[in-house]
Design a protein around this ligand. Structure first.
Ligand SMILES: *[C@@H]1O[C@H](CO)[C@@H](O)[C@H](O)[C@H]1NC(C)=O
Ligand SMILES: *[C@@H]1O[C@H](CO)[C@@H](O)[C@H](O)[C@H]1NC(C)=O
Ligand SMILES: *[C@@H]1O[C@H](CO)[C@@H](O)[C@H](O)[C@H]1NC(C)=O
Ligand SMILES: *[C@@H]1O[C@H](CO)[C@@H](O)[C@H](O)[C@H]1NC(C)=O
Ligand SMILES: *[C@@H]1O[C@H](CO)[C@@H](O)[C@H](O)[C@H]1NC(C)=O
Ligand SMILES: *[C@@H]1O[C@H](CO)[C@@H](O)[C@H](O)[C@H]1NC(C)=O
Ligand SMILES: *[C@@H]1O[C@H](CO)[C@@H](O)[C@H](O)[C@H]1NC(C)=O
Length: 595
């Protein structure tokens, strides 16, 4: 049976009224349970003569809310007919058995965020609460779980306590139990009974993240669809631990100490419904064999993976997202056929590895390829010859030089929209960019010139980032922007420009030219860009009398004109050392020569 939100809707509504189950979900791994739900109950509060403890709100339906009043003690006069009792966000340390025993009709008991210790919780009472479905005890100070909880239980939340021990009948023998929250406790393997869920075959959600487990617990309930075990000390997944969990869809194992020795080729194989597997931040040196075919999202980042074999991924026919960043992959460690037949695989993260070149045999349907922060120095003619569907390619922070990019390397990338080559060793703008690019980033290189033809035909380009390069006004081809009829953003900040680029496209909206050596702003500098919204000229060398107000008059859309940090250069008495002045004179001479 599958647990869906539709089937649970009526239950959910009830819970919204009297507790904060939803919030418990939302905050799965956090300790905040501060919501104040008493407003939700105001509707009926003053309507009739239901006896009600001071400050609390009570409804004729048996809902009593005493949440958030800093109560130090369990209220003595709670009506016996109460079905749903909320005492969350108080300071209760202790509950006496007789206080709770009266309330045998309780279906929901919310004691979340109090100061209950195990000694202060009368566990012998629980087997008398024969109707109890929902028990919320998160954010208390319990050190051992109650020995026996009612058989009627549906959901139990013990997150964020200091639990070290669970007993056979804490969660065992509860045929209706669906969800158990135990994250943020201090559970070690020895604190769990051999068969923690014996007779509780319908548990679907088990959250045990942030404990101290070394082994995956044995005898997990077969109905599980969500199992969270992240932030433990898992070293080993015992043989068969997952072999009965054919309904499991979401398995979190990240941030543990798993190695390949701690699992085998059958560990995951029977998880035929698994869609989401997170093995990130472990100590895997290769991808485990025998991953099941329905995984959609596979997290393997932050391990020590060095290679990808021919047949570890190919059976995962539904794989869409493969995250392998922050590993130790080299291109030659990735088998040519590693991604073969993965027709749904559209997003691959390979950043922060040790790739020395583009791996061969990239998945054919990849749309997003993140391959930044590697050691790639060249792009060969056929590296992207079969990735026709690529839309976003991030190659930033590698070691690519202009001459090592083959002129035809990108010829097949007709769908490529975004290319990032920032932080490489490009000296000139390379030839052969895909014509349909919308965004091209070339920041932080050593580009000193833009030659004729490099930007030709790129009529869809909307953003061009060339900041922090070595561009000079004289080395930008004079018709460079001619074809860029969609260009909205041009960023040339942090270069060596001495004048404002001319013949900018009419579509331009934002022009970034800060930190250059521009000295003048001619009156017609923006004549070709009537749509411009932002002009950034901060920290150039423009003299006060070198800018006329009329230059900007006709720019109806102009919102930002940032020209700070310029004018002091016109006044030798203000800051600026002698050196600065000399430099400025040189620049001015150069400009004259260029003109
Ligand atoms: C909870 O809600 C009540 C009624 O709206 C309000 O008086 C009280 O200040 C709230 N408490 C907190 C902690 O927000
Ligand atoms: C859990 O135990 C630690 C000491 O081991 C203590 O500092 C902490 O306050 C305890 N937390 C709770 C919720 O009782
Ligand atoms: C599991 O429960 C059954 C009764 O439902 C009992 O016979 C069996 O001994 C229990 N097994 C364990 C390991 O506790
Ligand atoms: C696991 O490996 C063993 C021996 O190497 C092999 O017999 C078995 O078929 C493999 N299982 C899977 C699921 O690949
Ligand atoms: C990872 O595993 C290797 C052996 O496979 C071991 O030498 C190393 O200490 C482990 N690293 C961590 C952080 O556990
Ligand atoms: C490429 O990666 C860098 C670094 O994370 C990031 O800043 C940049 O936005 C990415 N480029 C694109 C086009 O997403
Ligand atoms: C220039 O001098 C002014 C005061 O004369 C000072 O406030 C400003 O910080 C100085 N700027 C620089 C860049 O040194």
């Amino acid at each position: 049976m599958h647990f869906t939100f539709q089937t649970l809707l009526p239950v959910l509504w009830l819970l919204v009224l009297c507790s904060s189950w939803i919030q418990g979900q939302k905050n799965e791994d956090s300790n905040e349970f501060l919501e104040n739900s008493s407003e939700l109950l105001d509707v009926e509060s003053n309507s009739l003569a239901v006896p009600c403890p001071k400050k609390c709100t009570c409804s004729p339906e048996g809902i009593v809310d005493c949440g958030g009043f800093s109560l130090k003690e369990f209220p003595i006069d709670i009506p016996e007919m109460t079905n749903h009792l909320s005492l969350q966000n108080n300071q209760i340390e202790e509950i006496f058995p007789e206080e709770l025993a009266r309330l045998f009709r309780l279906e929901t008991l919310n004691l979340q965020n109090n100061r209950l210790t195990s000694r202060g919780l009368p566990e012998e009472i629980f087997d008398q609460l024969e109707n109890l479905n929902y028990l919320y005890l998160a954010n208390n100070q319990l050190t051992v779980a109650p020995k026996l909880l009612p058989r009627s239980l549906i959901s139990a939340d013990f997150a964020a306590n200091n639990l070290t021990k669970i007993y056979d009948l804490t969660f065992g023998q509860k045929p209706n139990l669906r969800s158990v929250y135990l994250h943020n406790n201090k559970l070690e393997d020895a604190g769990l009974p051999e068969s923690m869920f014996n007779g509780s075959d319908n548990v679907e959600v088990l959250i045990m993240s942030s404990n101290f487990l070394k082994y995956v617990p044995k005898n997990l309930p077969r109905a599980l669809y969500k199992l969270h075990l992240k932030n433990n000390k898992l070293e080993k997944i015992p043989k068969g631990a997952f072999s009965e969990l054919s309904g499991l869809r979401e398995l979190y194992l990240q941030n543990n100490k798993l190695t390949n020795e701690g699992m085998d080729n059958e560990t995951f194989w029977k998880l035929s419904s698994l869609e989401y597997l997170d093995l990130s931040s472990n100590n895997l040196s290769h991808i485990p064999a025998g991953l099941p075919r329905n995984i959609v999202l596979l997290h393997l980042e932050k391990n020590a993976i060095k290679s990808i074999g021919a047949d570890v991924l190919t059976q995962i026919k539904n794989l869409e997202y493969l995250l392998l960043h922050n590993n130790k992959l080299k291109a030659r460690g990735i088998h040519q056929q590693a991604f073969q037949g993965l027709k749904k695989l559209h997003t691959v993260h390979l950043y922060n590895n040790q790739l020395e070149k583009i791996p061969s045999g990239l998945p054919r349907r990849v749309k997003t390829l993140m391959i930044l922060h590697n050691q790639i120095s060249e792009i060969g003619r056929n590296d992207f010859a079969s990735t026709y569907f690529l839309e976003e390619l991030n190659l930033s922070y590698n070691k690519i030089t202009s001459s090592q990019i083959h002129r035809e390397a990108f010829r097949k990338l007709r769908l490529l929209k975004s290319l990032d080559l920032s932080g490489n060793n490009l000296q000139t703008l390379p030839y052969g960019f895909p014509k349909n690019l919308q965004s091209l980033k070339l920041k932080v290189n050593e580009i000193s010139s833009i030659s004729k033809g490099t930007l030709s035909g790129m009529a869809k380009l909307q953003e061009l980032y060339l900041s922090n390069n070595k561009l000079k006004s004289s080395s930008v081809y004079s018709n460079a922007w001619r074809d860029l009829t969609s260009l909205k953003t041009l960023d040339m900040a942090g270069n060596l420009l001495t004048s404002i680029p001319s013949d900018l496209p009419e579509s331009l909206e934002y022009l970034y030219l800060q930190n250059n050596k521009i000295t003048t702003v001619p009156e017609d500098a923006f004549a070709s860009t009537p749509n411009i919204k932002g002009i950034y000229l901060r920290f150039n060398k423009i003299a006060f009398n070198a800018v006329k107000e009329s230059t900007f008059h006709r720019l109806k859309h102009l919102q930002v004109l940032d020209i700070e940090g310029n004018f002091e250069f016109s006044d030798p008495l203000k800051n600026g050392s002698d050196e600065d002045m000399e430099e400025e004179e040189e620049e001015e001479e150069q400009e004259v020569e260029e003109n």
